[in-house]
Design a protein around this ligand. Structure first.
Ligand code: ATP
Ligand code: CA
Ligand code: CA
Length: 426
């Protein structure tokens, strides 16, 4: 399964969808961004706004290439999250995501059938959601928002927007925009998706040997004897944040989420060229690398975007030359504990001294409710496996096991092998 995506160009089966998603975001977010900000009210969490786009255009929406409808959910809430909680610059967000119609498609890496798209600079990911996930996210948005306000260092997926595109033939596609946990400019030497479930949670090692971009799982982590190398200070901070995040996830009754971890080995550096943006090598639309030009070009683009936003002129936005991929760590992450070291969390030894590893992690896939369907899966898979080691278990049990696993695999914990032998109390 390729982790580096495929560029979506005109003629690609999902080109129209991508165009509609980005046009919708560009117009809705810039229009909304031109309004004065005010404190959130209850109604903001359930509100939604519809836009209708057509080839001819009208006084409210610019003319576009295709006819479609777009729905923007809880725009005030997501605006506040982006600006106040996640410290994203509004024009920067729009430029990165929609300044030019480029996304690369990762296809559908999970079993769920959701599609993933990267923004051209790899900072943002669009994930399509199933209707149930979408409904669920709307329902818990208030709790999610409150949690992030109370926990600025939360590891939960950062949701920047929730939208829907309706194609002319009536098909509705819901999607979220979220953060890419991995840096675009750095090799990730090993990737793990960890749940604390140990049934079927292994990527075949013989395939991993020839695929450095494989997403490995719990049993690979355990059998390879990995630990999270963190000194006492960093360990305590991480443990406490995972504990709090898991408390929320138990409360909102979700399961099946994971801690996604990317490991960067500083001694190996970037020489293996495993960066996700190695895509640019194949892409005719991304100009050759030139850090100096790249920075000024994206800066001038951001300025143009800001001006356009002030004029609230959606047509003016998006007509800028392509920006280049960033060559530096985004500055806006310095205030987040777990993203403070070159965009990640650097390993430390027992005396809190830096080691040569940087971790990039977060808790992803947090919209799966414990439902009757999952209960059936639990019963079914439980016939032939240990019922408490499979992925679908009730939210309380899932959260406790997840937390216990993370504790077990930190340095000083009992270790993955022990976790396998003695599963945690439920
Ligand atoms: P399933 O339900 O079968 O697990 P899914 O379609 O819900 O799959 P996710 O679990 O959300 O998909 O993600 C699948 C993979 O995509 C992850 O294992 C990871 O490799 C990548 N991925 C997901 N979210 C992010 C993110 N925020 N940053 C970087 N990579 C991500
Ligand atoms: Ca998943
Ligand atoms: Ca999922």
């Amino acid at each position: 399964q390729p982790v580096v995506g495929k560029m979506i160009e005109e003629g690609h089966v999902n080109y129209v969808l991508m165009y509609n998603m980005l046009t919708g975001i560009r117009v809705a977010v810039s229009r909304w961004g031109a309004k004065a900000k005010r404190p959130l009210a209850d109604a903001d969490f359930t509100s939604s706004h519809k836009y209708s786009f057509d080839i001819a255009g009208n006084e409210l929406t610019p003319s576009v290439k295709y006819d479609f409808k777009f729905k923007d959910y809880a725009p005030n809430v997501f605006r506040e999250l982006r600006e106040d909680e996640f410290h994203l610059d509004p024009s920067d967000y729009l430029v990165s995501l929609t300044g030019k119609y480029i996304l690369s498609e990762l296809g559908s890496p999970g079993k769920s059938g959701s599609f993933f798209y990267f923004s051209r600079d790899y900072r943002f990911i669009i994930k399509t959601l199933h209707h149930g996930e979408h409904k669920f996210l709307r329902r818990v948005l208030k709790q999610y928002h409150a949690h992030l306000k109370a926990n600025p260092h939360s590891l939960l997926s950062r949701f920047y927007g929730l939208h829907r595109v309706k194609m002319p033939h009536g098909k509705k596609i819901h999607f979220v925009v979220m953060n890419n946990l991995f840096p675009p400019h750095r090799d990730i030497h090993e990737t793990y998706d960890l749940k604390g479930s140990t049934v079927g949670r292994e990527y075949p090692e013989e395939r991993a040997a020839v695929n450095p971009r494989a997403v490995l799982k719990d049993l690979n982590w355990i059998h390879r004897g990995r630990t999270l190398e963190l000194g006492p200070e960093k360990r305590a901070l991480l443990t406490e944040q995972i504990r709090r995040d898991v408390e929320l996830l138990k409360e909102i009754n979700v399961m099946d989420y994971s801690l996604l971890i990317g490991i960067h080995n500083m001694q190996r550096g970037n020489k293996d060229n495993l960066r996700r943006n190695t895509l640019k090598v194949f892409s005719p639309s991304v100009p050759p690398r030139n850090p100096a030009a790249s920075q000024s070009s994206s800066r001038s683009e951001a300025i143009a975007m800001r001006k356009a936003m002030r004029r609230s002129d959606p047509k003016a936005i998006g007509s800028h030359p392509a920006a280049h991929l960033p060559e530096q760590d985004p500055e806006d992450n310095k205030q987040f504990i777990f993203y403070q070291d070159e965009g990640g969390y650097r390993a430390t030894d027992e005396s809190n001294q830096n080691m040569d590893t940087i971790y990039y992690f977060g808790i992803i896939d947090i919209c799966t409710l414990w439902t009757a369907k999952k209960r059936m899966e639990n019963i079914w898979k439980g016939f032939s496996n240990d019922r408490h080691k499979i992925s679908p278990v009730p939210a309380q049990e899932y959260g406790n096991r997840f937390f216990a696993f993370m504790q077990a695999v930190m340095r000083g914990g009992e270790g993955g092998e022990k976790f396998l032998e003695n599963p945690p109390e439920r």
